[in-house]
Design a protein around this ligand. Sequence first.
Ligand code: ACO
Length: 335
Amino acid sequence: MTVPTPFGVRIAGTGSSVPDGVLTNADLESMVDTSDEWIVKRTGIRERRICDRAAGEGAFGLECDAIRKALDAAEMDPGELDLLIVGSLTSEMRCPSNACRISEAIGAAPAGAFDLNAACCGYVYSLNIAESLIRSGRHRAIGVIGCDVLSPYIDYEERTVSILFGDAAGAAVLVRDDEHPERGCIYQKIEANGSGWESLYMPRREEDIPPNAPPTEVRLGNLRMNGREVYKFAVKKFQEVIEDALESTGLGVDDISQFICHQSNIRIIQSAKEKIGLPDEKVYINIDKYGNSSAGSVALCLDQVTRAGKINPGDHVVIVAFGAGMTWASSVWKM
Ligand code: ACO
């Protein structure tokens, strides 16, 4: 639980950005041995957004767009940020971080800037860390971006991974709120267990591939996944993480206005909904239109839910994600 401070933390604005390019299930039918019916039934996905690399689209552009929109919504100047965190596993370069380049591009320098890789949990990890840094009293305003552009790392000649992922970015601006100490993240969890990493990884070299890895057609450099293993882990962990967030805060389902969940597979979300008894109107779903956008997923959902007016000051919101690593995270907010 968050230690009370004489000030709170507020999400002052959110933004998001997706590329225009749409990859539909019908498009995939012409690329790999799959069908619209199989994809919809097994994942809930109908289409996803994909960057046009030839036109120069990528994570950096989406991230700049998303944080600019979040700053606009917050009615803040970039220069007011004192830190920028980018949760992503697909920054263009190993060095420098995308955060440093974004800070310069939007006019936030000399704000501190770093990228954080927690796979699909990148945004929730970053949100929790940003909130904690403001609570520490050392920071006043932090920009948090969640983004992944996985399409360059997907082997579109292979059907297990190519049907799942889309490209997207979302952002939020967190600020210290001296007038409302009750606002902010009231409970958070960031955890990981590396023992299952072989279920979801992106090997750069032959040496990265574990000796007992099952045979795959996915090319080196691209994302490899043991879908069944990830599915089993996710179904169990999603339920556990949501139940832990409710039990630890003493809140019931009725007290929560929105559950914002990583959009990994509609069946994974559905399973948690049924087991915990979450009503449809409290669980936002956009996987049908955007697929799994990894660290972009929760960030995009939070922006869409906010802009749809589904979150009001004082509401409790539960945010959860899981991802490669394996990682998982939750963040319970009093908005
Ligand atoms: N089209 C048609 N058939 C397919 C496809 C496809 N795209 N992919 C697999 N199949 C076939 C399989 O070959 C298999 O055939 P068989 O029965 O003849 O052997 C059958 O469909 C069932 O395959 P499964 O792998 O058991 O299918 P499953 O129901 O598990 O669905 C899926 C696969 C969608 C990948 C599911 O396992 C899943 O969603 N897993 C979780 C993935 C996930 O969330 N990953 C992201 C983690 S987040 C991050 O950090 C990046």
